[in-house]
Design a protein around this ligand. Structure first.
Ligand code: ADP
Length: 273
């Protein structure tokens, strides 16, 4: 079976203010199988957001290829490209919700990815579509807030609206970039559990960029550690030792992790001697 996503020697560079180039990702090879759940972790600046933007086809690699379901977006245009993009639902830190709309309409905006704009606008009023939104809202535990204005919802509830939108989009793949950054810990756990369930029940590929390492290790069978523009490790959580995490996050980040009780820095290699 074709991988859901394949990066083949993918390189993405950005120009610095001084005119020099900075490789956010350099010749990265990575594959994600259809239906699998993967957490991507790594320090700030490691290239996680760049990876997500490559996978969602909002950025193109400068070199190498990024394939979705075996298709090369560089060879597609117009509708075919839009259709390929719509196979992936994205859940962002900022949710990309329109605050003044009711939850139901933000959920149905997931259909915009599939339909033309006029048809999608029309759909907002169709009972069949409202039923679809209600089913998605029920799945994420938000049915009672369906007709609430989105800006009256809590951060956690807004995340659920974004998850419900991903459900109605009926995408094969879900990319969630720091989906729990603005949510308290118990809500974060609930949201990740929800995303994992969506993935497992419907066989959707789920790739999540997570800052919270213990949350990633608790919920995901595969962890990709990004470090200085490349993949440092790609392992099941049981195989990831504290020393490796300390190395991934380096000295200052390791101190912050120790302060939060995530690791015991004495376990890091090459320290204290
Ligand atoms: P992460 O999400 O892991 O924090 P990013 O993918 O955002 O990492 O960034 C990787 C590297 O690319 C960093 O060094 C960052 O400063 C740089 N970078 C990201 N986006 C841009 C941009 N639009 N312009 C210039 N440099 C960028």
């Amino acid at each position: 079976m074709e991988p859901a996503f394949a990066l083949q020697k993918a390189t993405k560079r950005y120009r610095r203010a001084d005119g020099s180039w900075n490789a956010a990702l350099e010749e990265v090879d990575l594959e994600f199988r259809p239906g699998e759940s993967v957490a991507v972790i790594g320090p700030s600046g490691a290239g996680k957001t760049t990876l997500f933007r490559l996978l969602s086809l909002t950025l193109r690699p400068d070199e190498g290829r990024v394939l979705v379901d075996g298709a090369d977006p560089a060879e597609l245009g117009g509708r075919a490209l839009r259709r390929l993009r719509s196979r992936t639902a994205t859940i962002h830190q900022q949710h990309n919700l329109i605050p003044s709309l009711r939850a139901v309409h933000n959920i149905l905006a997931g259909r915009l990815a599939v339909w033309s704009f006029p048809r999608a606008l029309l759909s907002l009023a169709l009972p069949r579509e409202v039923r679809r939104a209600a089913e998605a809202a029920e799945k994420v535990g938000l049915l009672d807030k369906l007709w609430e204005r989105t800006d009256r919802l809590s951060g956690g509830e807004q995340q659920r609206v974004a998850a419900a939108r991903a459900i109605v989009q009926n995408a094969r793949h879900i990319l969630a970039d720091e989906p729990v950054a603005s949510v308290d810990p118990s809500r974060a756990d609930a949201l990740i559990t929800l995303l994992r369930r969506m993935s497992e029940e419907d066989g959707k590929t789920l790739i999540v960029n997570l800052h919270d390492v213990p949350l990633a290790l608790r919920h995901f069978p595969r962890i990709v550690g990004l470090h200085a523009n490349g993949v440092l490790f790609d392992l099941p959580p049981k195989a990831i030792e504290e020393g490796l995490l300390a190395y991934l996050y380096e000295e200052e980040e390791a101190s912050a992790m120790e302060a939060r009780g995530w690791i015991n820095k004495a376990a890091a290699p090459g320290r204290g001697s």
